[in-house]
Write a protein that binds this ligand. Structure first.
Ligand SMILES: *[C@@H]1O[C@H](CO)[C@@H](O)[C@H](O)[C@H]1NC(C)=O
Ligand SMILES: *[C@@H]1O[C@H](CO)[C@@H](O)[C@H](O)[C@H]1NC(C)=O
Ligand SMILES: *[C@@H]1O[C@H](CO)[C@@H](O)[C@H](O)[C@H]1NC(C)=O
Ligand SMILES: *[C@@H]1O[C@H](CO)[C@@H](O)[C@H](O)[C@H]1NC(C)=O
Ligand SMILES: *[C@@H]1O[C@H](CO)[C@@H](O)[C@H](O)[C@H]1NC(C)=O
Ligand SMILES: *[C@@H]1O[C@H](CO)[C@@H](O)[C@H](O)[C@H]1NC(C)=O
Ligand SMILES: *[C@@H]1O[C@H](CO)[C@@H](O)[C@H](O)[C@H]1NC(C)=O
Length: 439
């Protein structure tokens, strides 16, 4: 989530630069780029080139018309026009590959070297590409009203929270279905197989541009998280089009197509326990929550969990002129899930926060749950539900309950926040939107 934030910051600063240091033909968005069936690269965001590739809305019925996919490219310093492009396939579903590449330029150059071009894209339904669906038609107030209704905290925080989460997901699903039917009838064409076909269109267009034979074009790619399900789907639909493929941070593809994200909670607790051992070996200087043994750190962590489970902490806010707040068990769980998703960045942050909590100062935890992520875009949800149509394993309250019980049994640290986390976080979207399209 931090990373997303920095992506926004980067965008903002690039935007400013556009005005003060206006280079001819340099664009800082996709709005000015004409969609084209050929790859037409336009200089963008200073170091990149951008293109909007026209693709069929429905590959099995081309009379339906076209939509466009936003691609962005970072040319390798040593690359030539014939050098392979490595396509970074973003996670989600629903994440923007354009944002990802813009915000990870430095690390990408380090990872892949300079002999390749690095490309990424916004899949169908996402941000700068076509078929973007907004279930609330731009009404942000309506969206946040719904979000409040839905954000009841962790599973089982009250005797009604599980049902509240399930039923609010159901009505959200019906609401979005209605938006597709009445406002945006082609929004169902955002499936992963369609996205995969877009990648074939891309590599063929690229081959054409380089004067090579499109029918021999192969995909070189690096898929992350949900992007590994895209990679697996690509390999199964177009096995003879696979060039090189790295799938990193595997999502169980079979489970994904059944809207069943069970394996995602595996080893979450092992990751949390890593915090204790790393903090211990880092020493008291480097880790503010240090203890003489890893077991000591885990025991103190558990005692904070136990304390918050039974007692919320009031923060008057008067001292710092912050709004008054209650720090809850859900806030602590939100810290854990954020931390295990981005451990390198967050282990030290979590150590500082836990250290302060141990001293009786919980103010850094205030708002953590609410900040996990408002449902700000429906893309991930629509993609996921269209993909699991008729295979969805989570359509009844009983199925949802048993799924939540499974995650709880599997992980003491994040099992009871995982079901709602996935729903509210655009980076890792989930299971409980069970009835959606799929009902
Ligand atoms: C979408 O793209 C625009 C312009 O490229 C960018 O400013 C914005 O941050 C992106 N938003 C998301 C959620 O990716
Ligand atoms: C686009 O591609 C088509 C088919 O390959 C070609 O005939 C046409 O000249 C190209 N147009 C541009 C503007 O490059
Ligand atoms: C293709 O789409 C058109 C327009 O919606 C429709 O009339 C036609 O029946 C479709 N063809 C097939 C083969 O589905
Ligand atoms: C770039 O190409 C030059 C000339 O072929 C070569 O000497 C150099 O090592 C290459 N640099 C990298 C980082 O690949
Ligand atoms: C952890 O270690 C500290 C320092 O030795 C000790 O004071 C504390 O009682 C220990 N806590 C637990 C829960 O073991
Ligand atoms: C409480 O913790 C916050 C953040 O961890 C810190 O900024 C603040 O100074 C602390 N307050 C006190 C009274 O130590
Ligand atoms: C919620 O709490 C009830 C009663 O303690 C328990 O039977 C149920 O299994 C819990 N559900 C989950 C999802 O943890």
């Amino acid at each position: 989530m931090k990373r997303l934030v920095s992506a926004f910051v980067l965008f903002a600063s690039l935007g400013c630069k556009a005005e003060s240091n206006h280079a001819r033909d340099m664009t800082y968005g996709f709005g000015n780029i004409e969609p084209s069936a050929n790859l037409t690269w336009t200089p963008c965001f200073d170091d990149f080139t951008c293109s909007r590739l026209q693709v069929p809305l429905d590959y099995s019925n081309r009379t339906l018309g076209t939509t466009s996919i936003a691609f962005i490219k970072l040319a390798g310093k040593n690359a030539t026009v014939g050098s392979p492009s490595i396509v970074i396939i973003p996670g989600g579903p629903g994440s923007s590959g354009v944002d990802l590449l813009l915000s990870s330029q430095a690390i990408v150059e380090q990872l892949f070297g300079e002999q390749y071009n690095i490309v990424s894209f916004d899949p169908r339904g996402v941000n700068n590409s076509g078929l973007v669906l907004d279930c609330f038609s731009g009404n942000t107030e309506a969206r946040s009203t719904f979000t409040r209704l839905h954000s009841t905290g962790i599973t089982n925080v009250s005797s009604t929270s599980l049902e509240e989460q399930f039923y609010s997901s159901s009505i959200y699903g019906e609401w979005c279905n209605n938006a597709v039917e009445t406002v945006s009838p082609y929004s169902y064409y955002v499936t992963t197989p369609a996205s995969v076909h877009d990648l074939v269109t891309f590599i063929e267009a690229e081959a054409e541009l380089a004067g090579q034979s499109p029918s021999d074009a192969k995909l070189w790619c690096y898929g992350i998280s949900y992007g590994t399900a895209v990679g697996a789907t690509f390999a199964s639909m177009f096995p003879d089009r696979v060039g090189r493929m790295v799938l990193d941070g595997i999502l169980n593809t079979e489970q994904y197509y059944a809207n069943d994200w069970r394996d995602n909670v595996d080893q979450m607790d092992a990751a949390m326990e890593k915090f204790s051992s790393l903090c211990n070996s880092a020493g008291p200087e480097a880790c503010s929550f240090w203890g003489p043994t890893p077991a000591n750190i885990t025991a103190r962590l558990d005692s904070i969990i136990h304390q918050l489970q039974n007692h919320p902490i009031p923060i008057s806010g008067a001292e710092n002129r912050d709004l008054p707040a209650l720090v809850t068990y859900s806030d602590l769980k939100a810290l854990f899930i954020t931390t295990v998703y981005t451990p390198i960045l967050f282990f030290p942050v979590m150590a500082d926060i836990l250290h302060q909590v141990e001293l009786g100062n919980a103010s850094a935890l205030a708002g953590t749950f609410d900040n996990l992520g408002i449902v700000s875009s429906d893309a991930g949800l629509v993609i996921r539900c269209a993909d699991s149509y008729r295979r969805n394993k989570l359509t009844t309250i009983e199925e949802f309950k048993s799924y939540a019980e499974y995650t709880v049994s599997k992980s003491k640290y994040i099992g009871d926040i995982y079901p709602i986390f996935l729903e509210s976080n655009p980076l890792a979207v989930s299971s409980a939107f069970s009835k959606l399209y799929c009902g």
